[in-house]
Design a protein around this ligand. Structure first.
Ligand SMILES: Cc1ncc(COP(=O)(O)O)c(C=O)c1O
Length: 342
């Protein structure tokens, strides 16, 4: 088996850099269950400020951050609307139902082309047998839709729809940094459109652990209790917060490089009809092998033989993700080799 030259399986595979580790080692810490960790306070205030919200709360994972926000927005037995391929319903092991008693209904998957009217038509008011809609969740960028970016105008329409219906609007912003860099929309402009957001430090920004829930002071106070109930209360987590602060201060603008590399990969593979480069806006490149001579597992195995790791998401669907631990040589190698495997 060839040595690994480049690993495209996920942007969560990054390892903390020496400088990030130094920041972690130097972090001042305290017991965060006592709410006494100064570095965690700094991170939470910094992130709340970035999104123009009152408060933020550190959580061990994006899944926990999403599920806390959703449980606070949707009473048991009531309803969340989201995309059919949203991480909150497809990739969180059924947490909304299993832990929150949240009933979910989905709209046909769409991101850049999401029609707000589709969502508006689905909202159900309270009634004596109805399951009332209490929250809408969107994903920015959209993981399973190839890192697609939902346009600001669409999000603004959803805000209006949510206000008119009195419904909570949540953003799974695991990669909202990528949308900010791709579309040039200020994080605060995104922030003010949502009642709550979850954002991740460990997806493309290079931190080893951590996500935050962002929202009103009252919502975040409730989130702190729920996080403890779920087993997510941490002690000297300032060591992790220091990595997060380092990531936010150093690694956002460079995402443009990951986007350019993803585009380069898409351009190299486009002649084989497996991807449309015009749809690749951020760091995720899905390859649709429906018309190709190889299927997903065979393509991934052949790539592995050449030192290239990719994810198989379905029999005919493979995914490549760019991130800061890849080198220019690794990208060059992939651009040269991957088209020959199709
Ligand atoms: C869009 C999105 N939301 C949430 C998550 C969950 O994050 P975690 O793996 O930290 O629970 C992920 C993970 O990749 C994701 O892609």
């Amino acid at each position: 088996m060839a040595d690994v030259v480049v690993d495209f399986r996920s942007d969560t595979l990054t390892r903390p850099s020496p400088a990030m580790r130094e920041a972690m080692a130097a972090a001042e810490v305290g017991d965060d269950v006592f709410d006494e960790d100064p570095t965690l306070h700094e991170l939470q205030e910094h992130v709340a400020g970035l999104f123009g919200h009152e408060a933020a709360l550190f959580a061990p994972s994006g899944t926990m951050a999403n599920q806390i926000a959703l449980q606070l927005a949707v009473p048991r037995g009531e309803e969340l609307l989201c995309d059919a391929a949203a991480h909150v319903v497809t990739d969180e092991i059924g947490a909304a139902a299993a832990l929150g008693g949240v009933s979910t209904r989905t709209w046909p998957s769409a991101a850049a082309d999401l029609d707000p009217a589709t969502v508006a038509d689905m909202i159900r008011p309270d009634g004596f047998v109805a399951v009332p809609t209490r929250a809408i969740a969107v994903e920015q960028t959209h993981n399973r839709l190839g890192g697609a970016v939902i346009p600001l105008a669409t999000l603004r329409s959803l805000r209006t729809i949510a206000d008119e219906a009195g419904v909570h609007l949540h953003c799974d912003g695991a990669r909202i940094w990528h949308a900010h860099v791709a579309d040039g929309v200020a994080l605060s402009d995104y922030g003010r459109l949502f009642d709550s957001l979850s954002v991740c430090l460990s997806k493309g920004l290079g931190a080893p652990v951590g996500s935050l829930i962002v929202g009103s002071a009252a919502n975040i106070a409730a989130a702190r209790k729920l996080r403890k109930r779920l087993g997510g209360g941490m002690r000297q987590a300032g060591i992790l917060a220091a990595a997060g602060l380092y990531a936010l201060r150093h690694n956002i603008p460079r995402l443009a490089e990951d986007h350019a590399r993803a585009h380069r990969l898409a351009e190299a593979l486009a002649p084989h009809g497996v991807v449309d480069p015009a749809r690749i806006r951020t760091n995720i490149v899905p390859l649709d092998l429906t018309g190709a001579a190889v299927d997903g597992p065979a393509f991934a195995a052949a790539a592995r033989e050449q030192g290239i790791l990719v994810s198989v998401l379905g029999r005919r669907l493979v995914r490549l993700v760019t991130h800061l631990d890849q080198t220019e040589d690794g990208i060059d190698h992939a651009v040269k080799v991957l088209p020959t495997l199709l």
